[in-house]
Design a protein around this ligand. Structure first.
Ligand code: 13P
Length: 254
């Protein structure tokens, strides 16, 4: 059985002080232990955030990582630097990186590989645009975006299916659309790696996942948690999603 993972992608939100206060609040929530929880603040908040979450069950993630361990790469950060300050996770290939900062399947893979080499758990984002969905290209896009994942270690890899048309738009995939894409990805993982990897790999849904729709998206057979943007910025709504995931996990057991 796959352990649910709820990860918050804070994007370019929260000051250092706000990040620390938020994390203190999240720890005080006494969250269920059946769910893995990860928060991904901005780079500048990571050192302070690391001090707050040390000793708690909350994992800390970065929103990007460079593919080299050092060098002349202005404004980039290397995986060992993240490890040094207590970061254990990294988001790679987010659609906002692809759309606004020229991220490609190739650079995303390189970043993921460097992250894993340093010991980071990688949350690898994929998903189609509205134009691609409307053109019936969803599966072709997912196939292309996952084509080189065989170069990664499946044991330290989480996929995040984030339909671009649902990110920050208030729209979300219907349960049928989400399950269809996730099931496709699980078969894809089996063909890239093997059945064991497919059974074990967590595939998160991302795209306007919030307390109001968590109850319909998180119980889906191939949805193993969420990568949450806007709704992760508030302790109350993020905690509600974590609790919804715990209810699903409990339901799986019985
Ligand atoms: P929203 O939850 O704000 O739609 O963002 C999703 C996302 O991009 C998470 O990485």
């Amino acid at each position: 059985m796959r352990r649910p993972l709820i990860a918050g992608n804070w994007k370019m939100h929260k000051s250092v002080a706000e990040a620390s206060a938020y994390l203190e609040g999240l720890i005080a929530e006494d969250l269920p232990t059946s769910v893995d929880v990860v928060c991904c603040p901005t780079f500048v908040s990571l050192p302070a955030a690391a001090m707050v979450v040390t000793g708690s069950d909350i994992g800390l993630g970065a929103q990007n990582v460079h593919w080299e361990t050092s060098g002349a790469f202005t404004a980039e950060l290397a995986a060992p630097m993240l490890i040094e300050i207590g970061v254990h996770w990294v988001i790679v290939g987010h659609s906002e990186r692809r759309t606004f900062f020229g991220e490609t399947d190739e650079t995303a893979l390189d970043r993921a590989r460097a992250g894993q080499a340093a010991g980071l758990e990688v949350i690898y984002c994929i998903g189609e645009t509205l134009a691609e969905r409307d053109a019936g290209e969803t599966f072709a896009v997912l196939e292309r975006q996952t084509a080189s994942l065989g170069a990664l270690d499946p044991e330290h890899l989480v996929l995040a299916y984030e339909p671009v048309w649902a990110i920050g738009t208030g729209r979300n995939a219907t349960p049928a659309q989400a399950q269809e894409a996730h099931a496709f990805l699980r078969v894809r993982v089996a063909s890239i790696f093997d059945g064991t990897a497919a059974d074990a790999m967590r595939i998160l849904y991302g795209g306007s996942l919030k307390p109001a729709n968590a109850d319909e998206l998180l119980p889906l057979a191939d949805v193993d948690g969420g990568l949450i943007g806007g709704a992760s910025l508030d302790v109350g709504s993020f905690s509600a999603i974590i609790r919804a995931a715990a209810v699903c996990a409990a339901g799986d057991v019985s």
